[in-house]
Design a protein. Structure first.
Length: 152
């Protein structure tokens, strides 16, 4: 793997939960809190459908990825649910290391497609992913892809 990025285990659930909670709090997004996240992560990180990549010692960044089956591919499709680096350490390549490691793990697990959702107004994050080859306009199309959601 890259400079210190590694796959997290269930033993890393507490630190991953703390980082994910900090991420949501930084952007005023609801969070169930680190205790709930840790409980969920202990279970999820023990399986094959969810993995996290962490970087730093102590851990200062995380990428959380979920895999799902998809009829258009033989293997699963990966979705980068979260990528977070603590604010004082941003712009030092940690996010790139996390992303590249998360992509490599996805390939190793049989994925052919790696998806990322970005808020439209988050131009810095959009530039980050575009710099790494991600696009929101499919080949042959003129309009960007949109992500719709609804609570059920």
């Amino acid at each position: 793997m890259g400079d210190g990025a590694r796959i997290a285990t269930a033993a890393d659930a507490a630190v991953v939960a703390e980082l994910l909670d900090a991420f949501n709090r930084e952007f005023d997004t609801p969070t169930p809190g680190p205790a709930v996240l840790q409980r969920r992560l202990c279970h999820l990180l023990s399986g094959q459908e969810v993995y996290a990549v962490v970087a730093g010692e102590p851990v200062t960044g995380v990428a959380l990825v979920t895999l799902r089956p998809n009829v258009w591919f033989d293997g699963p499709v990966a979705l980068l649910d979260e990528l977070y680096v603590v604010p004082p350490l941003r712009d030092q390549g940690i996010g790139t290391d996390l992303l590249h490691t998360a992509e490599r793990v996805a390939r190793e697990r049989g994925c052919e497609l790696f998806e990322v959702n970005v808020d439209g107004e988050d131009t810095d994050t959009r530039r980050f992913y575009e710099r790494h080859g991600y696009r929101c306009v499919e080949a042959g199309q003129s309009e960007p892809s949109l992500y719709y959601f609804r609570a059920v």
